[in-house]
Design a protein around this ligand. Structure first.
Ligand code: SF4
Length: 708
């Protein structure tokens, strides 16, 4: 007997469809040929998913820590009564802002929706943030400033149709492998297609590039301000589009002209060869179909939002948006970063892409939820949230599907904060992580293959994650645990969900509720998915939003009508005065630390670490640096080195791959106490954030490397 199930990969934002066959011999995994995002292909991480479906290390039962510090297994009812009672006491004593949730782009949209409804509508605080803050919040902020709404206006098909693909701050080959393969294949089919990679590092992605611009870390705004000036000077302006559909160009241009008004000035600021930069500018100027795809190298910066807007400015100037094969394109890191945005997963957002700071929007959501309250001010963003825990302003935190003791910047401070927090609740699939060590209450969650719901990928495509394995032990869905708290607080009507399709239906209804031109026009509209039965939901094929009521009519390309989601329906040029990263190199810390993913691991390795095949690619934490810097630091290829910043240190194996420019260091993000003796890269990273988005500066921390 065998069972076939179509589901979605739980790793990167590409969102590939996965065809699973469950037989008596085990689980076989291959690409889902019918899924439009990957057409049957999987990268090695996706292909190895079956190897990660093992019982080792699973958290199977709820547990509460006793007075002696030991975790004791308890029944779900007892755990939930304890959580509901303890949170209620803290809220009643200290107010709703004394509690917080820290959730994850690994959650399904349905989990995310219930968490946000409970916290923002029923606790009455917006202290719910997500690890997506670390990943794409600068893109969200940039979209909102330029378009009035957080819209990604490009699809994967657009990428294949472009004649120029500019990849900025993205090792797409490793971090979005199937998307990268789609670009490479399109280039093979249409050799006139050019690929430019803008990245301080030489990576697997630069192998396919016609031009690699190894800019100085943190200087992206100079580069795109220079491009804006260049385009204007050479008359590459879609005047009709700019006049009719945008505003603010003159101010943005003045800033660009003053900061990078010539190729020479831009090249000098970026540390680039002037002729190479001029070649890129000319290529951009003469190519109509241009997509600028960007990822963590842009977002994870103290100037991340300005970097995003400096890119968007160039597309607005040339009218290269809203047409096939054109546009700025944010590549999301996580499987459901986008779904989290759709239901208000960030501390400064409301569900259905509504604004927390807009009284009309708050009233609309509260009316729809029929909730007793609604958060009326933005909550604490990730880094601030853990600072508030450290300062005892936040006294309880519920962490779901994420490992902040490894992944947040200044991670030793996160450790300290959790160590003194009055109540730490952790929902996870693994029993022993760096973060579960600090839990007072542990709640066992469902893993990939067991849970059921939806995710949304980088091109706004909603896909089903379907269950094909029974829940192990007493693991339960995250949405269920959250809803049980709502019921215990007396809101049984609002949280009486029996299955995920009921939650999705409510989410879809909210996207259509009050979604009128006069009230709050939003592009996020799932009206065509309202009223699905359990069977319809189960059979839901991957679909890009918006999903209008009449699904038989093709949806026009985003912004093809030149109308945006600002009050006057015009896009905004945003002036972007360049700023260097906050912390500069100095004599004590003479190099710059950059962090990122490797090809075969995912986040803190709780899943990919289970596959021997994946572990064989890179087996241990490493520090990569230029061979001459290695000499100056007194370390050698293959030896061990201590990597230290003002915030922490770790020990890693030395590599001198030759991929890095001088005075730079790269350390991968994945390893932690479970797989290597305390090699948490988060402990090294400075906690500076972008003032608009709150996204941390993961790509630029002064560092010292010395022999261990
Ligand atoms: Fe999974 Fe991303 Fe690989 Fe696709 S490209 S199989 S979504 S990890």
């Amino acid at each position: 007997m065998s069972k076939a199930v179509e589901t979605t990969c739980p790793y990167c934002g590409t969102g590939c469809g996965v065809a699973v066959r469950v037989t008596a011999d085990g689980v076989a995994v291959e690409g889902d040929a019918r899924h439009p995002s990957n057409g049957g292909r999987l990268c090695i991480k996706g292909a190895a998913l079956g190897e990660t479906l093992v019982p080792e290390g699973r958290l199977l039962y709820p547990a509460i820590r006793d007075a002696a510090g030991a975790l004791r297994r308890v029944r779900w009812d007892a755990a939930l009564d304890h959580v509901a009672g303890a949170l209620r006491r803290i809220i009643d004593t200290h107010g709703p802002d004394a509690v917080a949730w820290y959730v994850s782009g690994q959650l399904l949209t349905e989990d995310y929706y219930v968490a946000n409804k409970l916290v923002k509508g029923y606790v009455g605080t917006a202290n719910i943030d997500t690890n997506s803050r670390l990943c794409m919040s600068s893109a969200v902020a940039g979209h909102k400033r330029a378009f009035g709404e957080d819209i990604v206006p490009v699809s994967y098909e657009d990428l294949e149709q472009a004649d120029l693909v500019v990849l900025v701050g993205s090792n797409t080959a490793w971090c979005h492998p199937i998307l990268y393969q789609r670009i490479v294949r399109a280039k093979e089919r249409r050799p006139q297609m050019k690929v430019v990679v803008i990245d301080p590092r030489r990576t697997a992605t630069t192998d396919a590039a016609d031009l690699h611009l190894p800019l100085r870390a943190g200087t992206d705004v100079w580069l795109f301000n220079g491009l804006l000036s260049f385009l204007h000077q050479h008359g590459v302006v879609d005047t009709a589009f700019v006049d009719a559909h945008t505003c603010g160009f003159d101010r943005a241009l003045a800033v660009a002209d003053n900061t990078a008004g010539s190729v020479r000035a831009a090249a000098k600021a970026c540390g680039l060869d002037e002729s190479a930069l001029a070649e890129f500018y000319r290529l951009f100027a003469r190519t109509e179909k241009v997509i600028t795809a960007f990822s963590m190298g842009v977002n994870q910066s103290s100037a991340g939002t300005d970097k995003v807007n400096s890119i968007i400015n160039c597309h607005l100037l040339t009218g290269r948006i809203g047409k096939p094969g054109t546009g700025p394109f944010s590549l999301t890191g996580q499987p459901n970063a986008m779904g989290g945005r759709e239901v208000g997963g960030l501390a400064n957002m409301l569900a259905a892409h509504l604004d927390l700071e807009n009284a009309q929007h708050r009233e609309l959501v509260q009316t729809f939820w029929r909730s007793p309250s609604i958060a009326h001010k933005p909550g604490l963003k990730a880094v601030d949230l853990f600072d508030a825990i450290d300062a005892s302003r936040v006294k309880a935190v519920w962490i779901m599907a994420t490992n902040p003791v490894v992944s947040l910047p200044d991670a030793d401070k996160v450790k300290r904060a959790l160590g003194k927090c009055e109540l730490v609740i952790v929902s996870d699939v693994m029993e022993n992580t760096d973060t579960t060590a600090y839990a007072h209450v542990l709640l066992p969650a469902l893993a990939w293959g067991e849970k059921d719901g939806t995710v949304t990928n980088s091109e706004r495509r909603i896909s089903r994650q379907r269950a094909f394995l029974p829940a192990p032990g007493e693991a339960r869905p995250d949405w269920w645990a959250l809803a049980e708290i709502g019921k215990r607080w007396g809101y049984a009507d609002a949280f009486g969900y029996a299955a995920p399709h009921e939650i999705f239906d409510e989410h879809a209804r909210l996207t259509a509720f009050g979604n009128t031109e006069a009230l709050a026009p939003r592009y996020l509209n799932l009206a065509g998915l309202i009223g699905m039965s359990a069977a319809d939901y189960d059979a839901l094929a991957p679909v890009r939003w918006p999903v209008p009521p009449d699904r038989s009519r093709p949806t026009a390309h985003v912004f093809s009508d030149g109308r945006f989601y600002t009050p006057d329906r015009k896009a905004r040029f945003v002036p972007t005065p360049p700023r260097l990263p906050v912390h500069a190199r100095d004599d004590d810390y003479p190099l710059v630390l950059n962090t990122g993913r490797v090809r075969d691991h995912w986040h803190t390795m709780t899943r990919t670490g289970l596959s021997p095949r994946l572990a064989s690619h890179i087996a241990e934490p490493y520090v990569d640096l230029h061979p001459q810097d290695a000499l100056s630091c007194g370390v050698r290829e293959g030896g061990l080195a201590r990597v230290a910043t003002r915030w922490g240190s770790l020990v890693a194996r030395v590599r001198t791959s030759g991929e890095l420019p001088r005075r730079s260091v790269f350390v991968p993000i994945h390893w932690n106490a479970q797989y290597a003796s305390d090699a948490r890269v988060g402990a090294l990273v400075n906690p500076v954030v972008d003032p608009v988005s709150g996204e941390p500066e993961f790509k630029h921390t002064p560092v010292r490397v010395e022999e261990f």
